[in-house]
Design a protein around this ligand. Structure first.
Ligand code: SF4
Length: 438
C-alpha cells in the first residue's frame, strides 16, 4: 500500500514538472540551492582579471570580449585594452581604427565598433555609466545578458543572466529536453534565472553560476560527482546529462574560393578599408575578390554567395570600363607560363586574366599578376574559404577609382593599420619576402 502511494506521489511530481518545469522551484529548493552554490564558490570560484571589480566599465569590456571567445584568449586583450583605454572617456575619444587595431585577432569586430559607439553615447549623455538593465540595453551591442551581468557584477543589484554556461546549467537543472535556444526555451530559462537570483549578493551569485557551468557542469562529461547542487538536478536524477541541453543545429558549410591581391607600386601596397555591411567592416585589407563562379567545383551554381563578401564597386566609372576594355584587348589572357615558379598549383589563365580585369573595373588599376604568394584556408561563420594570395605589379598608381577608403602603404607601416586576420597574414608574408622597404 505504501509503495503504491509513493509511486503515485512520484507520478504526480513528474506530471507537474512536465506541465510546468518551474513547479518544483520552491522557497526551500531555492534556499538549498543558493547556500550550496555560495559555499562551493567561496572555495572554487575562478580568479579572473575582471573579477572582484565593481567598475562597470571593466565589467562591460570583459563581457563583450568574452562573447564567442574563450577566457584564455580574452585575458591578454583585456589587459592591453584597459591599458590603452582605461575608462569610458578615453574610449569615446579614441579613433575607431585604434580600437580595431587593439581588437585585431579577437574576431567579431562589430563588438569593438559597438563598444566605441556606446562609449561615445555614454559620454554624450554626461558620462555617467547607466545602472539599469533597461538603460544599458539602449546602448549598441548590449543585450539582456550583458546588461544583467553589468548590473549584478558591478552594482550588485538582482538581475537575471543567461549565457552559454548558464543555458547549459539551467537546462540540466530543470531537465529541459526541448531546444533551450527557441523562444519558448528562452522564456523558460529567463524565468528560471529571475527566480534564482537573490535580492542580496546578486553579483557573486551570478558569477558563481557562470563558474559552475564553466568548471563543473561542462558541455561534455559534467563532473556531477563534484557538483554542489547535484541534489537539485533533474538531469542527473534522470541520467540525462548527455542529452541535455539539446544540441544547437549546425549550419550547413559552404565552400568558397577567393583571391586577395597585394598590388605593389613603387614599394607600396594598396590597402582598402572594408565598407559598412561587409565582413570585417572598418578593418583594412588587400583587394579581395570572390572566385567561386570561376571554380564551379568549389561552389555549385545554386549555392548562395556569402553576403557582401567581395568589395565589388557597383558604381563603376566610364574610365574604368574604358581601361577594362583596353586591358582586355591589349593583353589578352595571360598564360600560366608567364608566372614565376610557384609551389602552388598554377591558376587557370582565364582566372588570372579575369582578376586583372577586375582590378581595372573596380579600382581603375592596370596591374599584372606576377606570383601566387600563398594559399590560406579559413572559416567565417558558415563559409569555409580557400583564399589565393597574389602579388601584382602596377606601374601607374596615381589614381585609384574606388569609393572605398584606400591607401598606398609601405610594408614598414602595415603595423599601423587594423587588418583582417588573412590581411595580417599576407602583410607579414610580404614583409618577410620583400622586406619592410619593398
Ligand atoms: S549534477 Fe551534473 S548535470 Fe546536474 S548541474 Fe551538476 S554537474 Fe550539471
Amino acid at each position: 500500500m505504501l509503495a503504491v502511494s509513493c509511486q503515485l506521489a512520484n507520478a504526480v511530481v513528474t506530471l507537474r514538472s512536465m506541465s510546468d518545469p518551474l513547479a518544483d522551484i520552491t522557497a526551500p529548493w531555492l534556499r538549498r540551492f543558493r547556500q550550496s552554490l555560495k559555499r562551493w564558490h567561496a572555495q572554487h570560484g575562478r580568479d579572473l582579471p575582471w573579477r572582484n571589480c565593481r567598475d562597470p566599465y571593466k565589467v562591460w569590456i570583459s563581457e563583450i570580449m568574452l562573447q564567442q571567445t574563450t577566457v584564455v584568449a580574452v585575458k591578454p586583450y583585456f589587459e592591453r585594452f584597459l591599458q590603452r583605454f582605461p575608462d569610458v572617456a578615453s574610449l569615446a575619444s579614441a579613433n575607431e581604427e585604434d580600437v580595431l587595431r587593439l581588437w585585431e585577432g579577437l574576431g567579431y569586430y562589430s563588438r569593438a565598433r559597438n563598444l566605441h559607439r556606446a562609449a561615445s553615447a555614454i559620454v554624450e549623455h554626461g558620462g555617467e555609466f547607466p545602472e539599469t538593465v533597461e538603460e544599458l540595453q539602449q546602448l549598441p551591442g548590449i543585450g539582456r545578458y550583458t546588461a544583467g551581468a553589468i548590473v549584478s557584477f558591478a552594482f550588485d543589484r538582482p538581475a537575471p543572466i543567461v549565457e552559454a554556461n548558464t543555458l547549459r546549467l539551467y537546462s540540466r537543472l530543470l531537465g529541459y529536453r526541448d531546444d533551450p535556444r527557441s523562444t519558448v526555451g528562452q522564456r523558460l530559462l529567463w524565468s528560471f534565472a529571475e527566480k534564482l537570483v537573490p535580492s542580496k549578493g546578486a553579483g557573486e551569485f551570478n558569477q558563481a553560476l557562470t563558474d559552475l557551468g564553466a568548471i563543473v557542469c561542462t558541455p561534455t562529461e559534467p563532473r556531477c560527482g563534484d557538483c554542489p547542487v547535484a541534489s537539485c538536478c533533474r538531469a542527473l536524477a534522470e541520467q540525462a546529462q548527455a542529452e541535455i541541453p539539446q544540441a544547437a543545429k549546425r549550419p550547413e558549410i559552404t565552400e568558397l574560393s577567393e583571391a586577395s591581391i597585394a598590388i605593389e607600386s613603387k614599394g607600396r601596397f594598396l590597402l582598402i578599408r572594408r565598407p559598412e555591411g561587409a565582413r570585417w567592416a572598418g578593418l583594412w585589407d588587400f583587394p579581395r575578390f570572390e572566385l567561386s563562379p570561376l571554380r564551379s567545383h568549389h561552389a555549385p551554381r545554386d549555392e548562395p554567395a556569402a553576403p557582401n563578401d567581395s568589395l565589388s564597386n557597383s558604381r563603376r566609372t566610364k574610365k574604368n570600363r574604358d581601361r577594362r576594355e583596353a586591358i582586355g584587348s591589349s593583353r589578352g589572357a595571360m598564360t600560366a607560363t608567364n608566372l614565376p615558379a610557384s609551389p602552388l598549383k598554377a591558376a587557370a589563365p582565364q582566372e588570372i586574366a579575369q582578376l586583372e580585369q577586375r582590378l581595372v573595373a573596380e579600382f581603375g588599376l592596370v596591374a599584372k599578376l606576377t606570383e601566387r604568394l600563398t594559399q590560406i584556408k579559413h572559416s567565417v561563420t558558415r563559409y569555409r574559404i580557400t583564399l589565393d594570395c597574389w602579388h601584382a605589379a602596377c606601374e601607374d598608381s596615381r589614381e585609384v577609382t574606388t569609393e572605398l577608403d584606400n591607401a598606398w602603404v609601405a610594408p614598414a607601416d602595415f603595423e599601423q593599420y587594423p587588418l583582417s586576420v588573412t590581411g595580417r597574414k599576407l602583410a607579414d608574408l610580404i614583409v618577410r619576402k620583400f622586406g619592410k622597404d619593398a
